[in-house]
Design a protein around this ligand. Structure first.
Ligand code: NAD
Length: 438
C-alpha cells in the first residue's frame, strides 16, 4: 500500500518505518524543515533504540522517503495517517491546531478514495471535526478511522511490531478492512485488532493513559504514607503485586510521571469532563499527587541538610543529578520530573551538575546554562554534596561506590527510583534515602 504519515515525531516516524519495513511504500511528511533535512541526510532526530537501523534498511530498499511537502505525500496515498502533536493548551485542553492543519492539507491534496487515519491522541468528537475540515476541501471520497497509538517511548519499535492490541474505530467496512490488512503482519501472535465506533476509540486512548497515571499516583501516595507510618513501600509493593488482580506492572514508586503523554492526557480528560459538566475528581487528584511527588527529592535534600524551604537555603551546596530524561531509553524531556527538581534546587541556591546518557541536548534546550552538563556519571558527581538518582538508566544501577567516594564531597544518596539496596549503600558509607522506604 502507499502510505503517507503526517507528522514525523516519536509516533509518526516509528509508524512510518514499521509500515515500510512490512513492505509498504511510505512517505513521511513534516513541517519541520530541520527534521526532514536531518532525516534526508541519514540522521535520526530522536533517540529511540533500533530506529536508525530500521530507517536505514527501508531507505536502502527505497520504501521510505521524507519530505516537507504534504502534497507529495498525500496525493499518491491509499492511507494517510495523522500523527502530529496534540500538546496541552494553557487551559488544559488538547491543542488541536496541528491536527486541523494536517486535515486541511489532506483534503487539499488527496486523489481518489483515501482512508484517513487519526493516530494522534485527540478528544472525543475530534474525528467529526476532522471529517468536516477534509470534506470542505475536496470532492474525492474518503473514510475516517481512529487508530490510537499505545507505543512506549524507549520500546517503541517492539511495541509497534508486537502490539498488545490494535484499536480501530470506524464506521466504514471498507476502511476497517484496509486497516486489518495493514496491521496483519503485526498481529501474527493473535493479539487482537479491536474494532469499535470512532468515539469509543478516541476515548480508549485517554482511558488507558489516565488509568496508568492513576496507578503511578496511587503507589506514590501509598509510598508517602509508608514513610510516615514506618512501613516500606518495596515490601508493600511485593505484597500487593502478587495478587493477580493488582499485578506488579507499572506500580513503581518514584519522582512522579512526566513525558509528552500522561500529564497532557490527564489534563485533557479533565477538560473533556468539564465541557460535558462532569467533574473528573479522580483525575484531578491523580494530577495533584503527581505535582507534589515531583518535589519529594528536593524536600528530602532540604531535610538532610537541615535547611528551611527558602531562597538561598542550599547556597554553597552542589547537587548531582543522574538522569534527566523523563524515563530511561529516551531523550524526551517533555514534562520530565527532572525539570521540577532542577527548578527547586536552583531556587534554593544550589549548584546543579547533571549527566544523562541521551537527553543532554534536549535538556539544554529547556534548561540552558542554568546547570552544568557532565560527560559521564562520575564527572557529574565531582565535588557534589549529594547525588540524586532521577532517571533509572541501566548504567546507574551498579555504580562504583569507591569511585563515588573519591569524587564526591558529601556522602548523601537520594534514590528517586528505589533502584539501590539501602543496606548496601549504607555499608559503603553513604546516607540513603529512597521513596517510601524505611
Ligand atoms: P512529536 O511532537 O514528537 O511529533 C509531532 C510532529 O508533527 C512534529 O515533528 C511536528 O513538526 C509535526 N507537525 C506538526 N504539525 C504538522 C503539520 N501540519 N504537518 C506535518 N507535520 C506537522 O509528537 P509525538 O510524541 O510523536 O506525538 C504525536 C501524537 O501521538 C500526539 O497526539 C501524542 O499524544 C500521541 N502519542 C504519543 C506517544 C509518545 O510516546 N510520544 C505515544 C502514543 C501516542
Amino acid at each position: 500500500m502507499n502510505i503517507a504519515v503526517i507528522g514525523t515525531g516519536y509516533v509518526g516516524l516509528v509508524t512510518g518505518v514499521c509500515f515500510a519495513d512490512s513492505g509498504n511504500d511510505v512517505v513521511c511528511v513534516d513541517v519541520d524543515e530541520g527534521k526532514i533535512k536531518a532525516l534526508n541526510s541519514g540522521a535520526v532526530p530522536i533517540y529511540e533504540p533500533g530506529l536508525k537501523e530500521l530507517i536505514d534498511r527501508s531507505r536502502e530498499e527505497g520504501r521510505i522517503s521524507f519530505t516537507t511537502s504534504a502534497q507529495e505525500g498525500v496525493e499518491g496515498a491509499d492511507v494517510v495517517f495523522i500523527a502530529v502533536g496534540t500538546p496541552m493548551s494553557d487551559d488544559g485542553e488538547a491543542n488541536l491546531s496541528y491536527v486541523r492543519s494536517a486535515a486541511k492539507d489532506i483534503g487539499r491534496y488527496m486523489k481518489g478514495y483515501t482512508v484517513v487515519v487519526d493516530k494522534s491522541t485527540v478528544p472525543v468528537g475530534t474525528a467529526d471535526e476532522v471529517r468536516a475540515i477534509i470534506a470542505a476541501q475536496t470532492r474525492e471520497s474518503f473514510d475516517l478511522v481512529s487508530n490510537p497509538e499505545f507505543l512506549k517511548e524507549g520500546n517503541a519499535i517492539a511495541d509497534f511490531m508486537k502490539p498488545d492490541r490494535v484499536v480501530v474505530g470506524g464506521d466504514s467496512k471498507k476502511a476497517i478492512e484496509v486497516m486489518r490488512e495493514l496491521y496483519e503482519p503485526f498481529l501474527r501472535t493473535f493479539h487482537p485488532l479491536i474494532v469499535m465506533d470512532i468515539r469509543s476509540a478516541e476515548m480508549t486512548k485517554y482511558a488507558a493513559n489516565c488509568f496508568l497515571a492513576t496507578k503511578i499516583s496511587f503507589i506514590n501516595e501509598i509510598a508517602r504514607l509508608c514513610e510516615q507510618a514506618g512501613a516500606d513501600i518495596s515490601l508493600v509493593r511485593e505484597g500487593i503485586g502478587a495478587d493477580r488482580r493488582i499485578g506488579y506492572d507499572f506500580l513503581f514508586p518514584g519522582v512522579g510521571y512526566g513525558g509528552s503523554c500522561f500529564p497532557k492526557d490527564v489534563q485533557a480528560l479533565i477538560a473533556t469532563g468539564s465541557k460535558l459538566d462532569l467533574d473528573m475528581r479522580l483525575m484531578r487528584a491523580v494530577e495533584d499527587v503527581n505535582r507534589e511527588q515531583k518535589s519529594v527529592l528536593v524536600e528530602q535534600v532540604l531535610e538532610h541538610f537541615g535547611a528551611r524551604d527558602e531562597a538561598g537555603a542550599l547556597a554553597g551546596k552542589t547537587i548531582c543529578l543522574w538522569g534527566l530524561a523523563f524515563k530511561p531509553q529516551t531523550d524526551d524531556m517533555r514534562e520530565a520530573p527532572s525539570l521540577s527538581i532542577v527548578e527547586g534546587l536552583l531556587r534554593l541556591g544550589a549548584k546543579v551538575k547533571a549527566y544523562d546518557p541521551e537527553a543532554t541536548d534536549e535538556a539544554r534546550k529547556q534548561l540552558g546554562d542554568t546547570i552544568q552538563y557532565a560527560a559521564n556519571p562520575y564527572a557529574a558527581a565531582e565535588g557534589a554534596d549529594a547525588l540524586l538518582l532521577v532517571t533509572e538508566w541501566n548504567e546507574f544501577r551498579r555504580p562504583s561506590w569507591t569511585k563515588l567516594k573519591e569524587v564526591m564531597r558529601g556522602r548523601a544518596i537520594f534514590d528517586g527510583r528505589n533502584v539501590y539496596t539501602p543496606e548496601r549503600v549504607k555499608a559503603e558509607g553513604f546516607t540513603y534515602r529512597g521513596i517510601g522506604r524505611k
